[in-house]
Design a protein around this ligand. Structure first.
Ligand code: MYA
Length: 445
């Protein structure tokens, strides 16, 4: 006969042990205190997937599961509970695009206090999910059988990612969303398994994705930093607080920017710049351990040619010889301000990719934190400061930047402040030792 008390205490012991292991693993991973409460107690789903578990010390790099032939892959969709159906969303159809927009605008990522919720526009969603090589098979939805309402979504887009010395052709998974009324019913694992199957059917076996939550097992964790452009509005909506002893006037003065840009030859990127921008970006990004490789001009055209209210890109053209020496970009991702009587939308610009021909080689080789040349640091500061001026002129309230690339070269100097948010980076079916923030160069939406 079983002893219910004993089994309870066994259960508690094993739970405690697991929590301890997780805590230890997180210490190893350097997960900050504020991240700890984002870690669920156990991972019924993720422990079955080809990802390293928290206690695995990853030292080698490579696939976890072997690649399969198409015939070995499950041919039929995973069954959904009775009242739901899989659908492929046609994002070229404005009505279906609107349905995805509505699902996300009401149910996608919120901050911890439910004050802000991402409000990706239809134009943005269409841009983000239809890069060269996109597939409708990877725009996967779930509809309620009775009224055909779209209640869940997950997407993948093809990408080429440099992971240390390898370049993998894989998918970026994003926009996983389940209607608020259908949460905690284990629908997410089904969406993930079904998109995995559909990606595998195309001969791809790795994915990268980012999330605010901690699951097994991040390869990097990057903090968000915020640079106020419209400090008064940011205080009014509770995005930032008026520091003690500071008046609003002083705060406004602290973040004031000029209207005119300061770099000679800085101008919006044009069609004619695509080839040069591609070369410059690939050259610059090659120094990082985790970042995109732009394989074709079409990729660069898609991701960087400016689209109003979506993506903003600028080049610096040398007026003597016409060479493109620098590049900087940001994208527009508004958030709904929830329950504020005065403001409905927070207009946020997210720093995207940048590149320069000024050498970023450390000038004091061997020291623990590499110091780069003054010329390089000043160049990055000027580029991002000019991006801030342009974002401010375009009506953005804040510029956000992750702690990756060489962003620490300008974050403090340009008055970015550390935020509460962290973004964890993951790989599916690819072992990879942890990567330092300043070797990370992948910016996802
Ligand atoms: S990140 C953005 C995620 N979206 C949101 O945060 C929007 C608001 N939230 C929701 O819509 C729901 O809460 C979601 C979970 C849908 C997130 N990534 O159905 P459940 C695991 C991975 O009961 P729900 C983005 O889009 C969770 O740990 N797993 O939960 C990238 C648990 O598993 P386990 C997640 O709350 C997405 C299980 O799901 C996430 O109703 C990358 C619970 O399921 C998350 N963000 O729904 C996806 N959140 O028990 C992975 C929860 O094991 C892609 N879970 O802890 C993997 C690669 C696939 C392709 C491979 C190709 C080769």
């Amino acid at each position: 006969m079983s002893d219910p008390n004993k089994s309870k205490s066994d259960l508690e012991d094993s739970k405690k042990l697991q929590e301890l292991l997780q805590r230890l693993a997180m210490q190893q991973m350097d997960v900050s205190k504020s991240q700890e409460d984002k870690v669920p107690a156990e991972h019924k789903f993720w422990k079955t997937q080809p990802v390293p578990q928290y206690d695995e010390v990853v030292e080698t790099e490579g696939a976890i599961d072997n690649e399969k032939n198409v015939q070995e892959i499950r041919q039929n969709p995973y069954p959904l509970p009775g009242s739901f159906d899989w659908v492929l969303i046609d994002l070229e159809n404005p009505e279906e695009l609107k349905e995805v927009y509505t699902l996300l605008s009401l149910n996608y990522v919120e901050d911890d206090d439910a004050t802000f919720r991402f409000d990706y526009t239809p134009e943005f969603i269409s841009w983000a999910l239809k890069p060269p090589g996109w597939k409708k098979a990877w725009h996967l939805g779930v509809r309620a059988t009775t009224n055909q309402k779209l209640v869940a979504f997950i997407s993948g887009v093809p990408a080429d990612l440099k992971i240390r010395t390898n370049v993998r052709h894989l998918v970026e998974i994003n926009f996983l969303c389940i209607h608020k009324k259908l949460r905690s019913k284990r629908l997410a694992p089904l969406l993930i398994k079904e998109i995995t199957r559909r990606v595998n059917m195309e001969g791809i076996f790795q994915a990268t994705y980012t999330a605010g939550i901690v699951i097994p097992k991040p390869i990097a964790t990057c903090r968000y930093h915020h640079r106020s452009l419209n400090p008064k509005k940011l205080v009014e909506i509770g995005f930032s607080a008026l520091p003690r002893g500071m008046t609003m006037d002083r705060l406004v003065r602290r973040y004031k920017l000029p209207n005119a840009t300061t770099i000679n030859g800085l101008r919006p990127m044009l069609e004619q710049d695509i080839v040069s921008v591609r070369a410059l970006l690939n050259r610059y990004l090659a120094q990082f351990d985790y970042g995109p490789v732009f394989q074709t001009d079409e990729d660069v055209r898609h991701y960087f040619l400016p689209i109003k209210d979506v993506v903003y890109s600028y080049v610096v053209e040398n007026r003597d010889n016409g060479a493109i020496t620098d590049f900087v970009s940001f994208y527009s991702l508004p958030s709904s301000v929830l329950g504020n009587p005065k403001h409905k939308t927070l207009n946020a610009a997210y720093l995207y990719y940048y590149a320069t021909d000024v050498s970023s080689e450390p000038v004091d080789e061997g020291s623990e934190s590499p110091k780069r040349s003054k010329e390089y640091t000043q160049r990055l500061q000027a580029l991002v400061r000019n991006a801030m001026i342009l974002a401010n002129n375009a009506g953005f309230d804040v510029m956000n930047a992750l702690e990756l690339l060489h962003n620490t070269e300008f974050i403090e100097e340009l008055k970015f402040g550390p935020g509460d948010g962290y973004l964890n980076y993951y790989l599916y079916n690819w072992r990879c030792p942890p990567i330092e923030n300043e070797k990370m160069a992948l910016v996802m939406f």
